[in-house]
Design a protein around this ligand. Structure first.
Ligand code: GRG
Length: 307
């Protein structure tokens, strides 16, 4: 009984934090992105259509939480947080294209290419990617060496061979055969995990953590487990949730015969793997002598999420 009321309290604190973080991030994104009325208008309308469609802002919020835990102020964190969301939104726009997943619903509205056409959607993704790096490189709240570290961190996480684009390529390759558990893990470590790790690490880097800092390494282990947890719950929700809950088409993984945790392990074992990733994430936080309660609440929130 006590454990469960504690769990409810933790989930509520994460919910409150996500609402607060969302308002800060959205206001800063609005300031950083070109206005709809700026020429070329269709490009800027497409960018804003996708960015302000109501995503969860998970990666920038995680970055704020990690940065605060390591002692950074929001002023120093917010532009890089927005850069993470720009990279993430670009990946969703390109992932939805006919040449990739060919999806027509994202964040509860028609996908960028359905609304604005394929060519504009490709350009909108391109701009979000380049703008992310511009925003960090021009952030006068950060020392030049910190900006360079952040740019390297984000580029590694977004690109190849360590990052998201490599993960997308592994995913395309996997479509032609049945995947092994190792292959599934490799896809998600790159496709989802790398950017989530970069989000947490960037917060600590802005707070002054050096590359060999053992607490930064523990935070990286926490984020690696959180990324895995996020992907397993995403796969589970694709089986169990509705389009209204998700704001995207559910059941697509199964129809596309995609390798997923429920497909490979079954629902119950996949839930067990999610629980194990949550426990590992919490264990990593134990190695950090800083206020990490919010980071723990975030992990619980992801374990129990319904959308
Ligand atoms: C096309 C370069 C390129 C990369 C695509 C991120 C990605 C790689 C594809 C998106 C498809 C997908 C299911 C990826 C797994 C990661 C994931 C669960 C993305 C959705 O992130 P959420 O749930 O989305 O945080 P919101 O809309 O809330 O921001």
């Amino acid at each position: 009984m006590r454990a469960s009321s504690e769990a409810v309290k933790n989930t509520e604190s994460a919910q409150g934090f996500f609402a607060e973080a969302r308002a800060l991030i959205d206001a800063r994104l609005d300031a950083l992105l070109p206005k709809d009325a700026t020429e070329p208008q269709s490009l800027h309308a497409a960018i804003r259509w996708s960015v302000f469609a109501g995503g969860k802002r998970f990666r920038p919020s995680l970055m704020l939480a990690a940065g605060r835990a390591f002692g950074a102020g929001d002023d120093a964190l917010l532009n890089t947080a927005c850069a993470l969301e720009m990279i993430h939104t670009y990946s969703l726009i390109h992932d939805d294209l006919p040449a990739m997943d060919d999806d027509d619903l994202r964040r509860g509205r028609p996908t960028c290419h359905v609304r604005f056409g394929e060519a504009v959607a490709i350009l909108a993704g391109d701009v979000l990617q380049t703008l992310a790096f511009q925003v960090i490189s021009e952030d006068e709240k950060l020392a030049p060496d910190v900006r360079v570290r952040l740019i390297a961190e984000l580029a590694r996480a977004a690109g190849t061979p360590y990052g998201m684009v490599a993960g997308q390529a592994y995913d395309l390759i996997a479509a032609s055969h049945e995947s092994s558990p190792e292959e599934l893990e490799r896809i998600h470590l790159h496709k989802t995990g790398a950017l989530i790790q970069a989000a947490a690490r960037s917060g600590a880097i802005i707070a002054g953590a050096k590359a060999d800092d053992t607490e930064l390494q523990a935070l990286t282990r926490y984020a690696a487990q959180l990324g895995l947890l996020f992907q397993i719950t995403d796969d589970l929700l694709d089986v169990t949730a509705t389009a209204e809950d998700l704001g995207k088409t559910p059941g697509k993984d199964e129809r596309a015969s995609k390798a997923t945790y429920p497909a490979l392990y079954g629902l119950e074992e996949a839930r067990g793997l999610a629980q194990a990733a949550y426990s590992e994430a919490c264990a990593a936080l134990e190695e950090i002598s800083r206020p990490t309660e919010l980071l723990k609440s975030i992990a619980l929130f992801i374990l129990e999420r319904r959308a």
